[in-house]
Design a protein around this ligand. Structure first.
Ligand code: ADP
Ligand code: MG
Length: 397
């Protein structure tokens, strides 16, 4: 049984809270976007408000990346966002971290240093082994309770995600709870269920299409973005050299599987019937029957949008991942804007994906039943895969 904050009694306890505030970092090495911090304000405020001594654990970037940096500026931003005092310590475990926890007042919040500064956090473990890592074994005695609110990292079995649940009573935070409610038991959502796969993670999307078509989670898969171009190509359309080279750089291993899926499920996979290219500096739409052309296909066209909108209108559930085109450029944001707007007509609509969530904000799109904070975690959940963090909460202390 997964417990939520409703079942958590606080009285000056030290509560470890794992959040996911992994964010874009600017040239100056400081936080560039606070959307992920904002998502956790509710959980952190609720725990501080109840008199908890709130100890926040989080990661930023990965070793070797430009965004692999300290959480000092995240703490400063939390201090502005929260109406409770927020402090920061440049240690994750060990004596200085434990001292900072000991001297923390009820109703205040401490952000520990980037968990991934410690090599163990960059590896995967079974929960019982994760509980014996330095990070968990040196820290858990300083904590009375553990709350996991890091849904976007829930598909990883790293020490701070799956280790504490073995050692201290554990709870799902508000973000985690909301995500589980919205994305769990997708098989119980009304049918027909339509999965709309766009974006540029081609191999992953081909595998997702196979999983959801085979399991019956999806009645229909509609494709757009580079994923749509790939299925178009796999169906035998010559899209021209530019589009083909984008496809080949993204689809390394799974092109054969895309062809097989089209043969296996000819009526359950929809591919674009027209595309938009840039010609003489303008958006120009062409039916796929007019291809090949030299210019790359950067968006789906009006006819494709209309036919996918018809599919969405009669759908019980629509799951959307990936932008339909290069939405970062105004002229090629039309497909994403209209496709996602059309999806709100479905009985229940769920949006997941990192760039997709950014596109929703940039284009001002709303009206969905749920917009997930997770990319990989949301997709894993929407294909029926068990998530390590959720299992650990379920099995833990
Ligand atoms: P998410 O992060 O939501 O899962 P992806 O990372 O798979 O989404 O894809 C996002 C990227 O796909 C965007 O940067 C967008 O520009 C790109 N994209 C979408 N359609 C096309 C296209 N036709 N050609 C090239 N890039 C595309
Ligand atoms: Mg992405």
């Amino acid at each position: 049984m997964i417990r939520t904050l409703d079942e958590l009694a606080v009285s000056g306890d030290a509560i470890g809270v794992r959040v996911d505030i992994n964010s874009p970092i600017g040239q100056d090495g400081r936080l560039d976007d606070d959307a992920r911090l904002c998502a956790h304000v509710e959980t952190l405020s609720e725990l501080a408000d109840r008199g908890g001594r709130v100890v926040v654990l989080a990661h930023q970037g990965r070793p070797g990346g430009d965004d692999f940096t300290t959480l000092e500026s995240h703490a400063a931003r939390f201090d502005e966002l929260l109406s409770f005092p927020v402090s920061y310590v440049d240690a994750t475990f060990g004596s200085s971290a434990r001292k900072a926890i000991e001297s923390l007042d009820p109703g205040s919040i401490l952000l520990l240093e980037n968990t991934r500064f410690y090599s163990e956090e960059n590896m995967s473990f079974e929960p019982s082994t994760a509980a014996d890592t330095h990070l968990v074994s040196e820290l858990y005695e300083a904590l009375d309770l553990f709350v996991n609110d890091a849904f976007a990292a829930a598909h990883r079995s790293q020490p701070s995600i799956v280790g504490f649940t073995e050692r201290v009573p554990s709870y799902a935070g508000r973000v985690m709870e909301t995500e589980i409610d919205a994305l769990g038991e997708i098989e119980a959502r009304p049918s027909p269920r339509v999965y709309s796969l766009g974006g540029a993670k081609v191999d992953d999307s081909i595998e997702i299409a196979e999983t959801v078509l085979q399991s019956g989670l999806a009645d229909t898969v509609v494709t757009s973005g580079v994923v749509g171009n790939t299925f178009c190509y796999a169906s035998g359309v010559d899209l021209g050299p530019e589009t083909e080279s984008v496809i080949k750089s993204r689809a390394r291993d799974r092109l054969d599987l895309a062809e097989q899926l089209l043969e296996r499920y000819p009526d359950r996979i929809a591919t674009p019937t027209d595309v938009a290219i840039e010609r003489s500096g303008e958006r120009t739409e062409l039916p796929v029957t007019a291809l090949p052309v030299d210019e790359p296909a950067l968006d789906i066209g009006t006819q494709t949008i209309a036919s996918y909108a018809d599919i969405f209108e009669t759908a019980g559930t629509v799951v959307l991942n990936g932008p339909a085109g290069v939405f970062e450029e105004d002229r090629f944001a039309t497909g994403t804007k209209e496709l996602y707007t059309a999806a709100t007509a479905a009985g229940y609509s769920i949006v997941g994906g990192g760039d997709t969530a950014a596109a929703m904000r940039q284009l001002g799109l709303s009206g969905f039943d749920h917009v997930s904070t997770g990319g990989g975690a949301a997709l894993a959940m929407l294909t029926g895969e068990p998530l390590p963090a959720i299992q650990a909460l379920d099995d833990g202390a």
